[in-house]
Design a protein around this ligand. Structure first.
Ligand code: FE
Length: 361
């Protein structure tokens, strides 16, 4: 009897146990479902907010590709470089921007010194972007590369007469050099590179010599200098490589004509190399979607994004494993200056002072 009872009670305990376990597993499933739903809704709400000075349709396709791959939506605010930096500074902690994309290492450095960016630790980024094309504290990363080159009148200049930036101060070029104002960051970065390479005094002599050889007071943008060469106002202009690409592919036939009538020359090939600069990206100091932002930075540095990203603005990819476009390849390979582009920012103020001193308007 005693034994019977214990069997019954054992069976009872067993049934109770199974029932409890069954109940438990339903509970677990429920928890799992809730967790999955939360994850999905979190995924749907994943965003990265971008302030950018770029405005290319091909960029939109890249953003879509990134969203397809990661579920992270890219929200874009487009604006002019300096205005975006001012806006970031004004918004402070309240900014919605996670990332800033802007042209020129000098400008990226400015955003850094205004304490608007933060360092990023990412092996993907440091593997994809060479050391000289990123901030030494990894607060910004170059994504595309441009050269600041010499273009010349095919009618009046024999390219064998050209050699270096330094040679442009030779009296033989008196009244023949066209270059934009010194208030422009591209010229400030160019002079900053000379300060980094040759020192202040030589850089100052160069700037002074250019002022003496100018065909006219600086006016207009880079494209306007090439236009003035073809119009016969001067023989030689200093400008960024991508403007040639833009002009060759312009809907304005006048621009196409200008671009076809100037020669392209990469200076300092036997010496210090042609001046290069970047367009790049930085993680904002108060980024609210930091993880997503770093994922997006890594995506933009990847081979698959680099090709399109660089081609949109006729620039060279910063990732050395990616080939430049056929147009850029047709200009030949060139030796770039061998300095860390952080220097362009570090010597920006000095460059501005020199320009003022020598009267480069
Ligand atoms: Fe530009």
């Amino acid at each position: 009897m005693k034994r019977k009872l214990s069997v019954v009670s054992l069976s009872f305990v067993l049934i109770l146990l199974i029932a409890t376990l069954a109940g438990c597993s339903t509970g677990q499933e429920k928890t799992a479902n809730i967790q999955e739903e939360a994850l999905n809704s979190k995924k749907e709400n994943q965003v990265v907010n971008l302030y950018t000075d770029r405005h290319y349709d091909t960029d939109e396709k890249l953003y879509e590709l990134f969203t397809e791959e990661t579920g992270i939506k890219v929200n874009v605010v487009k604006g002019k470089s300096d205005e975006l930096i001012e806006r970031l500074a004004r918004e402070g902690k309240d900014t919605e921007a996670d990332l800033l994309i802007t042209a020129d290492a000098g400008r990226l450095h400015r955003a850094k010194t205004k304490d608007l960016l933060q360092p990023v630790t990412s092996n993907t980024l440091t593997n994809n972007i060479p050391t000289n094309l990123r901030d030494k504290d990894n607060e910004w990363f170059g994504l595309t590369v441009r050269g600041r080159i010499i273009v010349y009148s095919k009618d009046r200049v024999d390219p064998s007469e050209l050699s270096t930036y330094e040679d442009l101060v030779n009296p033989k070029w008196k009244g023949k050099i066209l270059v934009r104002s010194s208030s422009n960051i591209y010229n400030q970065s160019l002079l900053a590179s000379f300060i980094a390479i040759d020192g202040e005094e030589k850089a100052k002599q160069w700037a002074k010599g250019i002022v003496e050889n100018m065909a006219r007071d600086p006016q207009g943008n880079d494209r306007a200098q090439a236009t003035a060469v073809v119009a016969g106002e001067g023989d030689i202009a200093i400008m960024n490589t991508y403007y040639i690409g833009k002009m060759l592919n312009s809907s304005n036939p006048e621009e196409v004509k200008v671009a076809k009538n100037v020669g392209i020359f990469f200076p300092n090939q036997d010496t210090t190399g042609t001046h290069i600069n970047v367009s790049g990206v930085g993680l904002t100091k108060y980024a609210k979607n930091k993880e997503n932002a770093i994922k997006f930075m890594e995506f933009l540095s990847s081979p698959k994004a680099q090709e399109q990203f660089a081609q949109a603005n006729y620039e060279y990819p910063a990732n050395p494993s990616v080939e430049p476009s056929d147009l850029l390849k047709s200009w030949g390979e060139f030796k770039p200056q061998n300095i860390n582009l952080s220097k362009l920012g570090e010597f920006n103020q000095k460059a501005v002072e020199i320009f003022n001193e020598v009267g480069w308007k």
